[in-house]
Design a protein around this ligand. Structure first.
Ligand code: PMP
Length: 392
């Protein structure tokens, strides 16, 4: 690793630093404001007020009502809670849930678990950009379908799903609609009312809040069974003493994001478009993964013929740039990304992919440097690649 310059971080989808303004608001809740919201004394009241104020602020962030916000330990829990909890609660109404081929692993795995418990799960395919077609989705609805769960946007290739259309279809057919909105947080103006969303998973870290906190938005009438049993906090829906420093942190993060998102997204879009244009123009046999327009402003995801992601990553590491290949959350696995395979790529094509995700603390110079390094690395690796040479 080159130690003469600071690391350039272009992997914001996998983890974000806590915004220092968020941390400032959290700190008192570790120390003098340490109360438990369930306690009936003054110290407890301070925590209760902060809890309800946080709920209000986060509700505003997604245009929900305060009593529709339930705090969890993160998006994995929110996704498990939504799917398992809703299917268990409503099993007399139907036993079928539809997800897509490009869901986050926490959705795929809870869906597998539901199958083991006797529920029917259908995975709707996506097009070459990773988008779900409304027609294909509609064809998979049966009289047993009670839930559709489609992620708002891909945390890997950045493609945004036609969420409003899915919401409309679900509403017309009397089916509840859950969306894992984690990848879209801070990139898209989330509005549960506009998009007819019944259940929505959020994560605090994705808006520069602390890890270990998430939210499940639950519209009235879409109540799941609790999956964590205990002291009955969160109106019995999610037991466990509230993680107040993190809750206050997510509240601050949501408030700041609401104010700054528009200008932030504009900045990201400029960087993203520059990266896409320059890389596709300068590097032969390079391709964009995901939708060319309908994608997150922070995401540029490429495929380079003849080389594989692991060696690109190592080269970037040597250059002092943090990037990602495969899934941003669990990129240590050597399996090709299920999302890229679902878009129709072959295993070896999927392995040659590279993901850049920009964020709040990037600067123009980070993008300049990445754009200098990409062609250099790709050319060098291709010179060493027997597969690439054989094809030429
Ligand atoms: N959904 C999506 C789209 C994600 O990217 C992630 C990972 N950040 C999760 C769910 C799970 O989040 P966590 O690991 O924080 O529970």
């Amino acid at each position: 690793m080159n130690t003469s310059r600071p690391e350039i971080y272009l992997d914001y989808q996998s983890s974000k630093p806590v915004d220092p303004r968020v941390l400032d608001e959290m700190i008192p809740f570790f120390t003098e404001k340490f109360g438990n919201p369930s306690a009936l004394h003054k110290v407890g009241d301070i925590a209760t007020d902060a809890l309800e104020e946080s709920r209000r602020e986060i509700a505003k962030f997604i245009n929900a009502d305060d009593d529709e916000i339930v705090f969890t330990s993160g998006a994995t829990e929110s996704n498990n809670f939504a799917l398992l909890g809703y299917m268990l609660k409503n099993k007399r109404k139907g036993n079928h849930v539809i997800i897509s081929e490009v869901e986050h692993i926490s959705i795929l795995n809870i869906a597998k678990y539901l199958q083991m418990q006797g529920f029917n799960v259908t995975r709707v395919p996506v097009d070459r950009y990773g988008r779900v077609s409304i027609k294909k989705l509609e064809r998979r609805i049966t009289d047993q379908t009670i839930l559709i769960s489609i992620g708002y946007a891909s945390n890997e290739i950045g493609t945004i799903q036609p969420v409003a259309e899915i919401g409309k279809l679900a509403r017309e057919r009397g089916i509840k609609f859950h969306t894992d909105a984690v990848a879209a947080e801070g990139a898209v103006d989330l509005d549960v009312k506009r998009d007819n969303i019944d259940l929505m998973s959020l994560s605090s870290n994705d808006i520069y809040g602390p890890r270990g906190l998430g939210v499940l938005y639950i519209k009235k009438g879409a109540r799941p069974n609790p999956v964590i049993q205990g002291g009955g906090q969160e109106k019995g829906l999610r037991s466990g003493t509230e993680n107040m420093p993190a809750i206050v942190g997510m509240q601050a993060a949501a408030r700041i994001m609401k104010k700054e998102m528009k200008s932030e997204v504009k900045r990201f879009r400029g960087w993203r478009d520059r990266m896409i244009k320059q890389i596709l123009e300068e590097i032969p046999d390079s391709y964009l993964n995901g939708h060319p327009q309908g994608r997150l402003a922070s995401n540029a995801h490429f495929r380079f013929d003849g080389i594989e992601g692991e060696s690109i990553l190592i080269s970037f590491k040597d250059e002092g740039i943090s990037v990602s290949t495969g899934s941003a959350c669990s990129s240590k696995t050597l399996e090709p990304s299920h999302t890229l395979i679902a878009t129709g790529l072959l295993h070896e094509e999927a392995h040659g992919s590279l993901q850049f995700t920009v964020g709040r603390f990037n600067e123009d110079s980070d993008i300049d440097r990445a754009l200098e390094v990409v062609p250099k690395v790709v050319n060098r690796l291709r010179k060493l690649s027997p597969i690439y040479k054989a094809r030429k």
